[in-house]
Every structure is written in C-alpha cells, then in structure tokens.
Design a protein around this ligand. Structure first.
Ligand code: NDP
Length: 485
C-alpha cells in the first residue's frame, strides 16, 4: 500500500493513525511504551538543539553573490577572482559575539562577518568581524578572554571586573576596546557596518609570487550606529532587531551590498614595517597601503530554513582555495584549528557535506564514515591513497607556497609593544561629540568595577594612547588623573 501525499507519517515513512491522543491502557492511562510514534516525537524533540556556538551564538544569514569589479589576477590565481564581471554565489552569517542564542542584537559587542564563497575550486571562507583589529594577538589567550565576556561561575551574571581586569592586564586590547566603546560598537543594523578579514592573508599569483593582504568590506548602505541609550531601549523592545532588519530588507528587495577592497603589502615589507604586520591588534595605515577595489557583494535571498542554513553553516578561516594562504599571524594560526574543530563538535565530522556547506565544486577525497554520513560515502570507490585504481591524486601546482622561517622553537612574545599609537590615532580622528560618547560609554562600563586598582591600570592605558583620553575617563570615574607616564 502506498502512502497518500497528505498522510502524516513517522520519520520512517509509515502513516500515523492518531496524532492527537497517546495510546493508553484504558481511557485514563498509564501510557503505553508501544506507542512508538509518541516515543519518537518526544525523543526527537529532546534532540532538536545542537550545541550552541561558544562565541557568535546569535546570528542571521543570507545568500547572495560576489562580482569581481577590478582585475586582481596579477596578485592572486584564485579562480573566482580571475576576471572582471565574474560572479560567485555566497552565503553570509552576521552575529554578535558574547551573547547566547536568543540574546539581544543591539548590544555593544563586535559583530561577526562571515562569508562563504562557493567557488569553482572549492569553498572559500572569509571569517571576519566588523572591526579591523582584535583584542588579543595570540590564540593561547582566547579561552581566557572569552571567559571574561561570558557569565560569572557563581552569579551567572556578566562580570565587569573580569572584563576590565583582563583588558587592563592585556594592553594589546586597547585599540579594539576603543573601537568597541566608540559609536561603531553598536551598529544600527547588520547592513550598516563594514566587514574586515582582520588578519593578514597571503595572495599568490599564477607565477607563485605572493603578497600580504588585508580585506575590507565597505558598506554601501553607509555607516549607521545606535547610541548606548537607543541600543538599550531596542534590546528591550525587540531583541531580534538586527535579525528582523536583514530579513525584511531582503524580503522587500532592498538588497544590501558591500564593496570589497584589499590592502596589499609586498612580502619583503613585512621585515621592515614599523611594527609586525601580522599582529592582529594593528591596522596597516591606508596612507602606506591604500585600498584597492576587488568587487562587490550583494545579499539578495533569505534562507528558506533558519536551522538548516544559518545554524548549520560552518565557517573556518582554514577553508581556503588555491591563491589564498594564511599568514603567520598567531591569532589566525589558532583559528585555523579552532573553527573547524568547533564545527566537528557542534555539527559533526561530516559538516562539510551538509547542503549549506557542501561545495558547488566536485569533492574527491578519502574521508569515509563518521556520524551522519548521509551521502553515498564514496560508494565502492577506492578508499585509500596512494593506490593503483585511478583514485584522485594531489596536484603539486596547488601546494601552499614555501615560507622561510628561522629561530628557535620557543614560546615567544611579539617583539613590539606599542599598543598606544593606533588607539590614540583613532581617538584623535574622532570628533568632539564622538569623543564625548566614547568616554561616556567607557565610564558607564567601568563604573561597576569593584577594584580601583583595575580602573587605575586601565586609565593609564587610555592616558598613554592620548593624555586627553585618559584624563577624561579618569574624571568621569572620579579618579585621579595619571601623572605623565
Ligand atoms: P586613514 O585616515 O587612512 O584611515 C582611517 C580609517 O578610519 C578609515 O578606514 C575610516 O573608515 C576609519 N574611520 C573613520 N572614522 C572612524 C570612526 N569614527 N570610527 C572608526 N573608524 C573610523 O588612517 P590610518 O589608516 O592611518 O588609520 C588611522 C586610524 O583609523 C587607525 O588607528 C584605526 O584605529 C582606524 N582605522 C584604520 C583602518 C585601516 O585599515 N587603516 C580601518 C578602520 C579604522 P571609513 O572611511 O569607513 O569611515
């Protein structure tokens, strides 16, 4: 007997006789374990959640395309960037960082800006933020840093002591803290913010010649931000404000777009630049390395299913294609492991086979089995390499380019510690009104800190960036202004 199209079925396809009443012994029960439809319903419901992302849990996504608008083929052999006018489909996920899935959108927090390009040579993920720098520059500090952004183990509350204690003891965070506390710390929507690759990457051309690059997505909607007061109000009235805004804009055909630019640094400059260009707490001055246009990203299609697409999307900075390579940035090096590892834990070892992550390019490899292997698992094809059965083989022209290294294997700090110049440059670039709001946001955030020692240590950092900056924060907190430092 075939199942009628309108028949409700179990997950194994059998028609369900009753979906309103559980099967009981007599009309009052107890309920019978032989009601396997009931058991399956309850058991599946218990398993509806995959582990929440530890960071970037709350997000929104959209489909779109990337179109090359400038010839960059002399810098990279990546095929999706090979000619002007070429279009590549993509999926983007925007997110907040510290809040749980379900937390408010309009809070002061960096925003994730993750793009998956479905290129003909495999997927390329550009997994950045709306800020050009980061709080720390060595992945070994990342779990500690994120603990300070999360909840206290006893109170389960956010903890300003931990936040400012860590930042004040990690002065490399000062630049990013200044951006976070500035107007751009609460974007008005996901559409009204820039995106940055933040790390340095290497582009390699067809001749094997490399350059260091940094990515900048500039919003065509213009930068718009929310003040602390408005952000707080919206967080109460509509915690899903950014999620709703993105969905509704695309639904009504108001497709958001960003121009992609790169800064390009010759490889040899990395040895002589005035600081380590792989340090992710620093920007490269655009006066030294101006922005070069690459293309345009347009988001024009909403997901059809939030869980299948946005929740199951897995981005990793290690998802690279020929012509794009990592740099020795120590934060990036840690992320190359941690992101894919998070997805193996969260969605499973076969996460790249899920429809949203599956490359549009053909996939040929020798990975087999594992949980949720819902494709043909390679069928009967050869399952090891090397082999004599015509299985897929490496292509030496796609090897990562060689990079000379020297020195001792050691736990080594970055050898420059000017955490102040660029944070100060940013402060000095702000208008008087922007400075006033920056200081007010910092003072509001630091006021609940219980130890003056922490506040004074942090004020010293602001002061070193710019004496006016430190003085105004100190005054706002009612503390003494540091002497010349
Ligand atoms: P430039 O004048 O060449 O670049 C200034 C950059 O600052 C532009 O990208 C601009 O982006 C951005 N900017 C302008 N107003 C603000 C603001 N209110 N808040 C945050 N960013 C703003 O100078 P430099 O390259 O020498 O950089 C000076 C400072 O600018 C840096 O210390 C850094 O803090 C900040 N910055 C630098 C970036 C870089 O890649 N060099 C990128 C972003 C910030 P926009 O045109 O969109 O306003």
């Amino acid at each position: 007997m075939t199942t009628n199209k309108n028949n409700l079925t179990t997950s194994w396809g059998a028609p369900v006789g009753d979906n309103q009443n559980s099967m009981t012994a007599g009309s009052r029960g107890p309920t019978l374990i032989q009601d396997v439809h009931l058991l399956e319903k309850l058991a599946h419901f218990n398993r509806e959640r995959v582990p929440e992302r530890v960071v970037h849990a709350k997000g929104a996504g959209a489909h779109g395309y990337f179109e090359v608008t400038n010839d960059v083929s002399k810098y990279t052999k990546a095929k999706f960037l090979s000619e002007v006018g070429k279009r590549t489909p993509l999926f983007v996920r925007f997110s907040t960082v510290a809040g749980e899935n379900g937390s408010a959108d309009s809070v002061r927090d960096p925003r994730g800006f993750a793009v998956k390009f479905y290129t003909e040579e495999g997927n390329y993920d550009l997994v950045g933020n709306n800020t050009p720098v980061f709080f720390i520059r060595d992945a070994i500090k990342f779990p500690d840093f994120i603990h300070t952004q999360k909840r206290h183990p006893v109170t389960h509350l956010k903890n300003p002591d931990a936040v400012w204690d860590f930042w004040s003891l990690s002065p490399e965070s000062l630049h990013q803290v200044t951006i976070l506390m500035s107007d751009r710390g609460i974007p008005a929507t996901y559409r009204h913010m820039h995106g940055f690759g933040s790390h340095t990457f290497k582009w390699v051309n067809a001749e094997g010649e490399g350059v260091w690059i940094k990515y900048h997505f500039k919003t065509e909607q213009g930068i718009k931000n929310l003040t602390e007061e408005v952000g707080t109000k919206i967080a109460g009235e509509n915690p899903d404000y950014h999620t709703q805004d993105l969905y509704e804009a695309i639904e009504k055909g108001d497709f958001p777009a960003w121009k992609l630019y790169v800064q390009i640094m010759p490889l040899e400059d990395a040895d002589t630049y005035r600081f380590d260009p792989f340090d992710v707490t620093k920007v490269w001055s655009q006066k030294d390395y101006p922005l070069i246009e690459v293309g345009r990203m347009v988001l024009n299609r909403n997901p059809e299913n939030y869980f299948a697409e946005v929740e199951q999307a897995t981005f990793s900075p290690g998802t690279l294609v020929p012509g794009i390579e990592p740099s020795p940035d120590k934060m990036l090096q840690g992320r190359l492991f941690a992101y894919a590892d998070a997805h193996r834990y969260r969605v499973g070892a076969n996460h790249n086979s899920l429809p949203i992550n599956r490359p549009k390019a053909e996939v040929h490899h020798y990975q087999r089995d594992g949980q949720m292997r819902f494709d043909s698992n390679g069928g009967g094809s050869v399952y090891y390499e090397p082999n004599s059965f015509g299985g897929p083989q490496e292509s030496p022209e796609n090897k990562t380019t060689a990079y000379p290294v020297s020195g001792s294997a050691d736990s080594t700090a970055y050898d420059h510690n000017d955490h102040y110049t660029q944070a100060g440059d940013l402060y000095r670039l702000l208008s008087e009104e922007e400075r006033t709001r920056l200081v007010s946001n910092i003072v509001g955030s630091m006021k609940p800190v219980t130890k003056d020692e922490i506040k004074l240590r942090q004020i010293q950092h602001f002061y070193k960036a710019d004496p006016e900056y430190g003085t105004r924060v100190a005054q706002g907190l009612g503390l003494s202004v540091p002497q010349e430092v």
